[in-house]
Design a binder for this molecule. Structure first.
Ligand SMILES: O=C1O[C@H](COP(=O)(O)O)[C@@H](O)[C@H](O)[C@H]1O
Length: 299
């Protein structure tokens, strides 16, 4: 694994190069960025997608174990897209045996307003790719009601979330009064969208509701619901998983200090900044290939 402990607002980077002896014999590099607490923001870059999926599975399994010890449950929000195939490693040994799946409560950070059997359903993707292969309790899987309009589905999903917060199945963030998920898992589109928060879309500005809706998503299908930024940024842990060269420019705009000034407040992935929680970016080498904060990786 090539690992960077790198944070936003990079001015100068103190680069430590260490000999790595992981299973794939890659080199470990750390970029320590002044001004950012190392324990709050991490950027991890992997030589191969296999390295990434294994380390990501370790990360999720460790958070699950630690949170179940502390709270008795693990409240996690999934996204759809390529993230689910990365999560596939969790269905394999040792994770399928060692993770306490019965303590997981699963919601979706975003969902397409289509039937649960529809090819575009994020629920269906997760069910086929993970949930049908591990002993998660069906009563702990909180998917949207697919018989409603997008507006109704968002309102009902927020109601479900409020009930889970009342019972502290999902914790509460004291400072924002928002749900405080133990872990929110995000992918990122080539345009920088996370969950279904797209650049320039009013849903990105929503600060009141926990769950909002779109009927004009720039990417099909048009009708979606999504967690709002305050909910994402209130989580204890947020992971953003990005692979492939096609997203390298978006990765650069989301992370590098040289990104356009306006990106700081309009580029969705860059706006994921947990207030008190921890953020980890998981990138493969291709996705990281335009990162200016780490050119030495690609010498
Ligand atoms: O539309 C969506 O896209 C993003 C990114 O998907 P990816 O396949 O490019 O990784 C995804 O995270 C989100 O859940 C989904 O609804």
């Amino acid at each position: 694994m090539i690992s960077l402990l790198a944070l936003h607002n990079l001015n100068c980077c103190d680069v430590l190069r260490e000999g790595g002896t992981s299973m794939t014999s890659t080199v470990l590099q750390k970029i320590v960025v002044p001004g950012w607490p190392e324990d709050k923001r991490q950027l991890k870059i992997y030589e191969t997608s296999d390295d990434l999926t294994t380390d990501f599975a370790d990360y999720v399994a460790q958070l699950s174990e630690q949170t179940v010890k502390e709270r008795g449950v693990f409240a996690v929000a999934f996204s759809g897209g390529s993230l689910i195939s990365v999560m596939g490693r969790l269905c394999e040994a040792p994770y399928n045996q060692t993770v306490d799946w019965t303590k997981w409560h699963i919601l979706w950070a975003d969902e397409r307003v289509v039937g649960k059997n529809h090819v575009d359903s994020n629920y269906k993707l997760a069910k086929n790719g993970l949930l049908s292969k591990v002993p998660v309790l069906s009563s702990h899987v909180h998917s949207i009601n697919d018989n409603l309009t997008a507006e109704e589905a968002a309102a009902e999903y927020e109601f479900v979330l409020r009930q889970l917060v009342k019972t502290r199945t999902v914790d509460v963030c004291e400072s924002s009064d928002c749900p405080k998920f133990d872990l929110i898992l995000l992918g990122m589109g080539p345009d920088g969208h996370v969950a279904s928060l797209f650049p320039g879309h009013p849903a990105l500005e929503q600060r009141e509701d926990w769950v909002t809706y779109l009927t004009d998503s720039p990417e099909p299908p048009p009708e979606r619901i999504t967690f709002t930024l305050p909910v994402i940024n209130s989580a204890s842990n947020v992971a953003i998983v990005v692979t492939g060269e096609a997203k390298s420019m978006a990765v650069h705009r989301a992370i590098d200090d040289v990104a356009e000034e306006s990106d700081a407040v309009t580029f969705p992935a860059r706006m994921v900044q947990p207030t008190d929680g921890q953020l980890v970016w998981f990138l493969d080498r291709s996705a990281a290939s335009r990162l200016q904060c780490a050119p030495q990786l690609f010498d």
